[in-house]
Write a protein that binds this ligand. Structure first.
Ligand SMILES: Nc1nc2c(ncn2[C@@H]2O[C@H](COP(=O)(O)OP(=O)(O)OP(=O)(O)O)[C@@H](O)[C@H]2O)c(=O)[nH]1
Ligand SMILES: Nc1ncnc2c1ncn2[C@@H]1O[C@H](COP(=O)(O)OP(=O)(O)OP(=O)(O)O)[C@@H](O)[C@H]1O
Length: 530
């Protein structure tokens, strides 16, 4: 049965509002909390233990005393400092540690958003709140907050999300309360910080119950994650986890493996579902390194010879020229190297040796119509010798899930196999967002409510919007300007009477961008075309 938190299915953009009433998140937490917590299986949480002397802070075990309420054993001066910092307006406080300034200027040199007033103010609040706290590695705790925020900035998130990334641990670990954050940063940022805190609690409870090791439970947990909070809180939690995974070396082996297991089962698939493939691959590769160190070493040394960094770029150039000569215009040509973990999983799944994996180097061409796909296939086979038995025509014979594309494997100039996928734009949308969506293909959809894929699709759109659109059109304020060329068109699964329902009449000529008001969460959608 689907957990309570997903009963409130997302039906359509216009009706999204908050997908779950606030109490649903708590219901989900309670559901998990009720299950017994085997102390032996309990793992450490990547949080600083606040009850130690300032110089010897280390990670506390989240489940050391499962029956006890969380003791807010923060030092009163630190909480006061944090509140005082909140009251200031983005200027460095007199006592700001010198290393804090170094961290801020380092972040500013990497991402301009760290110069934003809200973000600087959040930085000083986080600095005051975490002052004196260290990670097991010996690094200042603040560094983790900055790196989490930097990951979000890299993704293109706006000031509110980056600020919330900086503050993401201040409720749990520095004694700031929701009200104080909301007074100084607004309800939007406070909700995000609280949301991350809720997700961390849920993750901790799940770890106590060893949820990640049970496939069905892990599926449900991911669903609850997506249902209970604003998608941006999930995004911040993922950034937090990615940085924690990157800095796992200082933890004992048992904890490394516990975190890697959980990340592989819960967080990497979440990143996949949200369409943040780069983070998904980084998370998986790090898990691979900690869970299967020997296989990781062996594969990485084999790949040193096999991965060819320039080959894909060269193949794309060659194909572009050939298409140009034939007067064929295309939407995009992209390429990718298959990630280490994806290669390892495919080898394990299909019981193959590395040299039997033909898609380590891949190129994808997206065109307008079927005829152009077949012409492109001819061009490809003219450019490179094909590898026999590797051509698949999923256009004439689509896969049962509707997936359509032409696949061929050719031998590149470097005498390495190169997989080329050729499809139309509509086929590509189906392969990315529809029933044949890549995340479903990779994960399979097991036992989950039919509303889940719909919800995931929605969340992906929201994340796309958050990272790409709002920041562009509303760099600092979230006031609603007149969107360029408003039109109505959205998810294929909308109910018929929904005014924002997708309609075949709506021929969009470019990416559809989804706009929603930040402070009101998912109150309104404005869909327009570029
Ligand atoms: N989004 C999506 N992509 C798919 C689907 N099926 C296949 N693909 C893509 O197509 C690639 C190759 O699929 P196939 O040609 O069927 O090959 P295979 O039999 O799985 O294995 P190899 O030929 O060894 O790669 C995969 O690596 C995916 O990138 C699908 O249902 N959805
Ligand atoms: N030939 C290709 N060209 C460009 N992108 C590709 C190609 N093949 C897959 N991709 C994309 O690369 C990303 C990573 O896919 P990954 O290599 O993990 O799996 P896959 O190749 O799609 O599936 P499988 O491992 O089952 O073969 C996905 O976004 C996928 O759509």
């Amino acid at each position: 049965m689907a957990p309570a938190a997903i009963a409130c299915a997302v039906k359509c953009g216009a009706h999204h509002r908050r997908i779950t009433p606030p109490q649903q998140g708590h219901a989900a937490l309670e559901l998990l909390a009720r299950a017994p917590a085997p102390a032996a299986a309990a793992a450490g949480e990547l949080r600083p233990a606040r009850c130690r002397s300032q110089t010897s802070i280390s990670f506390a075990r989240a489940a050391d005393s499962p029956a006890e309420p969380r003791v807010p054993c923060r030092s009163p001066p630190s909480a006061r400092r944090a509140r005082a910092a909140l009251a200031r307006e983005g200027a460095p406080p007199a006592g700001a540690a010198a290393e804090g300034s170094v961290l801020l200027s380092g972040a500013q040199s990497r991402h301009a958003i760290f110069r934003d007033e809200l973000v600087r103010k959040a930085f000083y609040a986080a600095e005051a709140a975490h002052r004196g706290q260290m990670r097991v590695s010996g690094d200042p705790y603040l560094q983790h907050c900055v790196e989490t925020a930097a990951l979000l900035a890299e993704l293109g998130a706006g000031p509110a999300v980056v600020a919330a990334g900086l503050l993401h641990d201040t409720i749990d670990d520095a004694g700031l309360c929701y009200g104080a954050i909301s007074d100084q940063f607004g309800v939007g940022v406070a909700d995000l910080v609280k949301g991350v805190s809720n997700l961390s609690r849920l993750s901790k409870l799940a770890r106590r119950n060893d949820t990640a090791s049970r496939v069905d439970e892990a599926d449900k947990l991911r669903t609850v994650f997506l249902a209970m909070e604003d998608a941006r809180a999930v995004l911040i939690k993922l950034a937090d986890r990615l940085h924690n995974m990157r800095t796992l070396d200082s933890l004992p082996k048992i904890k490394q493996q516990c975190f890697a297991n959980e990340t592989l089962e819960i967080f990497a698939p979440l990143a996949n579902q949200l369409g943040i493939l780069n983070w998904k691959e980084q998370l998986e590769n790090l898990c691979f390194k900690y869970l299967y160190p020997e296989q990781y070493e062996e594969l990485s040394s084999n790949l040193l010879e096999f991965y060819n960094r320039d080959m894909i770029a060269a193949a794309i150039r060659r194909l572009e020229q050939a298409l140009q000569v034939r007067g064929l215009s295309y939407h995009t040509i992209s390429g990718r190297h298959k990630s280490m973990y994806s290669i390892y999983s495919k080898m394990a799944r299909k019981k193959l040796a590395m040299d039997e994996i033909y898609d380590i180097h891949g190129v994808r061409v997206i065109l307008e119509n079927k005829a152009e796909c077949f012409t492109t296939l001819e061009i490809v086979h003219h450019l490179w010798p094909r590898i026999p038995g590797k051509f698949k025509d999923y256009i004439s014979s689509p896969k049962p899930n509707g997936y359509q594309s032409l696949h061929t494997v050719v031998l590149s100039e470097e005498t390495l196999p190169l997989e080329i996928q050729i499809r139309t734009k509509d086929m590509h949308l189906q392969a990315e967002f529809g029933i044949a969506a890549h995340w479903r293909y990779k994960q399979g959809v097991r036992n989950c409510s039919s509303s889940v894929p719909e919800m995931v699709e929605w969340v992906r759109w929201v994340v796309t919007w958050q990272c790409e659109t709002l920041h562009v059109y509303h760099p600092y304020s979230l006031s609603l300007g007149a969107p360029p060329r408003a039109a109505i068109c959205t998810f294929p699964s909308h109910s018929e009477d929904c005014p924002f329902a997708y309609s075949k009449r709506c021929y969009h000529s470019g990416p559809i961008l989804v706009i929603l008001l930040e402070n009101e969460k998912v109150e309104h959608f404005f869909i327009f075309h570029t």
